[in-house]
Ligand binder design. Structure first.
Ligand code: ADP
Ligand code: MG
Length: 724
């Protein structure tokens, strides 16, 4: 969605009083065991929140630390307190002026000497800050990452090295993170001059991949990683399929019930954000919020929402970074979000006060296609970047002339140029002087693009999975000490409490199928979902309907479904396994037919019975509209190894093979004079790379690979796969 590239506006929200220079002290170091006293005295908190103490001790001892805890968990304290304890200046790298101003203001209110340097401040204020810094009068100095690129700045800092470096919102370092900032990426090059100062990197939103990338980019050899607190016990998460036109009415219905306000609605586009407030009806005070509005209006909407003057804010993702409104009761997503990370951040804004809240995501298969469209647009085919790269040389060219040569509009050029620049293939001097960068940009670009596509598959698979929502989210972030228990309140654990989904009694034909699934499992327990489907049900049932039945069994606690993976030739293949619970076994053995078990079927509000449209994403024909009871015969070979789920597709496609196929496709596209996607779509390319087919038959099973592709290109493709 275009909205995913919007950022929170970097405005100055308030100008705090200048630091109390007189009070600025060079404290004596506090030993790690006595941090509690400093916590009471300076920060005036009664005690540590979970995990804070262990982290603070580690940072105070001078260890490099990566801290991953959700927003609102209290990460700031984990550099602020150790910084004081280490007695010296803590350098804080922060991405947004608003965040910086907010933190500096709070620290100053506590009587601490905090200051900041950023482009939003009046000219000349920097000089005083430099002097204070060099004289050791500052406890904290906040800067934006760009500042470190200003010539001489790091030299200045290194004349008096900070005692601690804190990198807030550290996921911006990683191109796998959802808010990548090239200047954050440069930290790895710029910070060594300031070392051996310990570094603490903080983020609320790093998957294990992003975590590894942060550590690598920063070159932290010995790092302690703390990943905690992703489970939110008070948010009941719900996911429901619903066609787009009906979503507004449902949002209205949901928010119309008592106790559901205040609420945040996340809209996929500005247009939707503008339209929804009216759809909510007169009784609800709602306003939209997006990056297309001017700063003053945005600020006024935000203030009114925070003060309770508005009940609902309808926002693109530009809203929310650094916002702390404790009593949000409902978060609604009007469409499938772009990534699990972003989604988790957004639902996490519900229930900060600890009271029960609900997060509802409305989606449909069409959303996935919309995302694919925007991903294609925002992450252009590498061939297109290559064309731009080829035009560049040592002599500067303007954007205008480049756009003209490529016969594309300025927006399209900017998108390509930005990507090429981020990955080092282009340099931009001054305002508009574009020169050639280094070659070799392609590999990292393709990897980033693949990752982006993988994120979409992952959120789609989350939306469709019949496993406890909270458990899936917690696992996604790799929480270290989580109980692993189902949450008990999401749509999977407690369907009867759903507000968007409806449950109904199962029909006789469904009950017969449910019984058969149980019987099959009794004969052969712990099967993969794919095998169970292929061996027993594929001929008469669409995969999506089968998944629905399985989900119903899981909700009734008759089976459990677990995600699993195995390594195959260096790749991770993911799949799901289904197993009878004790209750399920008793039911199957005791010949209690599923009808006696009172199983309810969950369906979206308007979907009657079985799925209406859209392909089952997990392994049905690519044509998609597999009607209920379709007699579509099985083309797939029995006994073939478990096909990886879509979600695993991108992850399991070896980068080198993706590269090789992309290269080949590029050459072929040139030769034939057609766009690359006409040869093989990205998804199909990824699919081929993941499946590594040995022959035409297995190749034709890859989604997106049609007879035409086979006819024209199978030999080439198979050769590349064999060579790999
Ligand atoms: P994060 O950076 O993890 O999103 P913050 O550091 O901004 O979270 O903290 C969120 C809120 O929690 C702040 O209002 C902060 O003052 C408060 N807080 C942090 N630590 C404690 C504590 N030990 N006791 C009470 N409140 C705390
Ligand atoms: Mg924070």
């Amino acid at each position: 969605m275009p909205a995913t590239v919007e950022r929170a506006p970097a405005t100055i929200e308030r100008a705090p009083a200048p630091p109390d220079r007189a009070r600025a002290t060079r404290r004596r170091p506090t030993p790690p065991e006595q941090l509690g006293e400093l916590l009471h005295e300076v920060f005036r908190f009664p005690g540590f929140r979970p995990h804070q103490e262990a982290v603070c001790r580690s940072v105070t001892r001078g260890e490099h630390v990566l801290l991953v805890m959700p927003t609102g968990a209290g990460k700031s304290l984990c550099y602020q307190l150790p910084g004081l304890a280490r007695a010296g200046t803590t350098l804080v790298v922060s991405p947004l002026i608003a965040l910086m101003e907010d933190q500096v203001g709070k620290l100053q209110e506590l009587g601490l000497a905090a200051d900041r340097i950023h482009s939003g401040r009046e000219r000349g204020s920097g000089g005083q800050v430099y002097r204070d810094y060099l004289a050791g009068r500052l406890d904290y100095l906040f800067i934006a990452p760009e500042r470190l690129g200003v010539p001489g700045f790091v030299d200045m800092l290194s004349r008096r090295k900070p005692t601690l470096i804190a990198i807030d919102e550290a996921h911006c370092i990683s191109q796998w993170g959802h808010d990548f900032r090239p200047d954050y990426r440069m930290l790895g090059e710029r910070l060594p001059q300031l070392q051996p100062t310990p570094i603490v990197a903080l983020t609320a939103t790093a998957t294990p991949t992003v975590q590894r990338d942060i550590v690598r980019q920063l070159g932290l050899a010995d790092v302690k990683t703390f990943i905690h607190g992703f489970r939110r016990d008070n948010i009941a998460v719900e996911v429901a399929q619903l066609p787009t036109p009906e979503r507004g009415a449902l949002a209205r219905e949901i928010l119309g019930k008592p106790g559901r306000l205040p609420a945040i609605i996340y809209a996929p586009t500005r247009k939707v954000a503008e339209a929804v407030p009216a759809e909510l009806g007169r009784g609800v005070r709602a306003a939209s919020y997006h990056a297309g509005m001017d700063a003053a209006r945005r600020e006024s909407v935000q203030t009114r929402f925070l003060s309770g003057e508005l009940d609902v804010i309808v926002a693109t993702i530009a809203f929310g970074m650094g916002i702390d409104k404790p009593d949000v009761r409902t978060v609604i997503h009007m469409a499938l979000p772009g990534s699990v990370e972003g989604y988790y951040q957004e639902i996490g804004r519900a229930g900060r006060d600890g009271k029960r809240s609900r997060a509802v995501m409305l989606h449909s298969y069409a959303d996935h296609r919309t995302h694919e469209y925007f991903t294609e647009r925002d992450y252009p085919d590498p061939v297109e970047l290559e064309d731009l790269f080829d035009l560049l040389g040592p002599r500067p060219r303007t954007r205008e002339s480049l756009a003209r040569r490529l016969r594309i509009d300025r927006d399209a050029l900017e998108r390509r140029l930005q990507k090429l620049w981020v990955h080092g293939g282009a340099q931009i001097q001054g305002d508009d002087e574009v020169t050639r960068g280094r070659s070799g940009w392609e590999r990292s670009y393709v990897a980033q693009r693949t990752h982006k596509q993988g994120q979409l598959l992952r959120i789609a698979s989350y939306a469709e999975s019949p496993r406890c929502r909270m458990l899936q989210l917690v696992e996604h972030f790799g929480d270290q000490e989580d109980s692993g228990d189902p949450c008990g309140i999401c749509d999977v654990c407690a369907p009867e409490d759903c507000v968007a989904q409806r449950t109904r009694e199962s029909r006789a034909d469904e009950r017969a199928l449910l019984s058969r699934i149980l019987e099959r499992l009794l004969a052969h327990d712990r099967q993969t979902v794919g095998k169970l489907f292929r061996d027993g049900f594929e001929r008469e049932l669409a995969r999506r309907d089968f998944e629905g039945l399985l989900a119903a069994l899981a909700r009734a606690r008759l089976v459990t479904i677990t995600d699993a993976s195995f390594q195959k030739e260096g790749r991770t293949i993911s799949y799901r396994r289904v197993e009878l619970t004790r209750k399920g076994r008793a039911a199957a053995e005791g010949d209690a037919s599923a009808s006696a078990l009172n199983i309810t079927i969950t369906e979206s509000p308007t979907t009657k019975g079985s799925s209406k449209k859209g392909s089952s994403k997990k392994g049905s024909s690519k044509k998609g509209s597999s009607k209920k009871g379709s007699s579509r015969s099985s083309k797939r070979k029995r006994g073939a190894s478990e096909r990886p789920d879509d979600a695993a597709l991108a992850a399991s496609a070896p980068t080198e093979l993706v590269d090789a196929l992309t290269d080949w496709r590029k050459t072929e596209a040139r030769r034939l004079g057609i766009p690359a996607y006409r040869i093989l779509t990205n998804k199909a390319l990824l699919g081929v790379a993941a499946a590594r087919p040995r022959d035409r038959e297995t190749m034709s099973e890859v989604k997106g690979v049609g007879p035409k592709v086979i006819e024209r290109f199978a030999d080439d493709i198979l050769q590349i796969v064999r060579d790999f």
